[in-house]
Structure formats: structure tokens, C-alpha cells
Design a protein. Structure first.
Length: 45
């Protein structure tokens, strides 16, 4: 979920990792695509 502009808790599936662009492509339970930059990721579980 989002709070103060941050994605705090959400279950996502990583569909692509692009090391050249430092970009991770994910899909959530509703199959929405989400693009995250490596620098924006703080914690993974």
C-alpha cells in the first residue's frame, strides 16, 4: 500500500531485471506493471 508517496507493503512478482537501465519490472496481483529503479528499493523479502 502507499503512504506519503511510498510503496510500503505489496506483494509483487519480478518479471524482468534490466541491469543496464537499473530497472526492475514487476507485476502485482491485478497484473498491473510497476517499474522500480534499483536506488528506490530499500528492503526485499
Amino acid at each position: 500500500y502507499y503512504r506519503d508517496g511510498h510503496l510500503l507493503t505489496r506483494y509483487m512478482t519480478v518479471t524482468d531485471i534490466n541491469p543496464i537501465k537499473n530497472l526492475i519490472t514487476c507485476t502485482d496481483a491485478s497484473y498491473n506493471r510497476i517499474f522500480l529503479k534499483f536506488i528506490d528499493i530499500i528492503d526485499l523479502r
